[in-house]
Design a binder for this molecule. Sequence first.
Ligand code: SF4
Length: 440
Amino acid sequence: MALSGIQIYKLLPQTNCKECGFPTCLAFAMKLAAKQVELSSCPYVSEESKSQLAESSAPPVRLVSLKSDGYEVKAGNEVVLFRHEKTFYNKPGLFVKVTDDLDEGQIKAALVPAEAYQVNYVGIELSVDGFAVESVSGSPEAFAKAVQAVRSVSKRPLILLASDPAVAAAGLSALSGETALLCAADATNWEAMADLAKEHKAALAVRGATLDELADLTEKIKTKGVEDLVLDPQAGGLSGELSQDVLIRRLALKKNFRPLGFPTIRFPHSIPAAAQAVAKYAGFVVLDSFAPELVYPLLVLRQNIYTDPQKPIQVQPGLYEINNPNAESPVLVTTNFSITYFSVANEVESSGLPAWLLVTDAEGMSVLTAWAAGKFDSERIAKAVKSLNIGDKVSKKRIVLPGHVAVLSGELEAELPEWEIRVGPREAVDIPKFYKQALG
Ligand code: SF4
């Protein structure tokens, strides 16, 4: 049962020491009741109070982890409906499906490209998270063989799709020392599936036509000692899935409704359905097949949604060499916001023109934002130039400022009197033209 802010307050030290970042214990208690802070932010809670608060501070959506050979896919543990309220924590795992009517060669041919797929997006390596094996043959032997074939290609976590407990048992027995997701228990098989999940330490997906049915099943399965559950709600169409997923998240977060406090799994058959599942609020997304042109936008969408809005994606500040610069090459300046860095670096690199790229520490903000926040100014740029000894690397001392901060040129001249300060274009796409016309 969730505790109110006042009930939580009575269990806190009530010293108003402010170490949690709030002016009073009551303010902290209110935030804790709203699931917007974590209990660990207060270092002075007694052990007795901690245990009483455990239920209240437990994440409303249970964390479920699939593990195998060093890989881990986590889902759940979310505390907000909208990313801007705090952040989303665990990206939905993207899984690619194969069926057990394929022979070993066909399974390998289908999965090898997906296993090898890796793409760099603003300095972050993105890839699929795992694979799903579906029983369509109904044969335990065929299912076990298919699971083994997948394992010969990849060590990533698996989802086993088999509703017949005998088939599911064969698939689980083909694995060892890992936590897979077994999918799915329903009203007809839940006892046998729960026993299997417990025996093999697997997470268990629960399938129900309605939210009432799902809630009823999760409560029953928990009595069998299986806690790592995933919801597989059966709604038809995009709008049906959307309203179910939103209802589940709202009930878990706003009503602390524990029977639906689990991550969900979705099986989209179209790109819009996959994008919707990533955005709202799937924990696991199983794709029918692998295609880079489908997976890449999903990975990028996911990355953007699951980036902490208070922690922009950053690159390491420093001096970057592009196209083997020499002592005559200009020094371009930008900030360490990833997208800004890659926009500039990609334009210069693809132009083939050599340059030094000075990336200043602007706390991950873009040029204009950083300038407005006082994180990108002449003093910081000059300090970076000096601390990195850039003057020793070039004979022709030319610095190019982004056009958006032309206003800094006078101050930078005063800070770096030996340097020629140039104002470049506002947009990265115009850098090559500027380089050829003004610096070449
Ligand atoms: S850190 Fe703990 S004791 Fe201090 S103000 Fe916050 S809640 Fe109260």
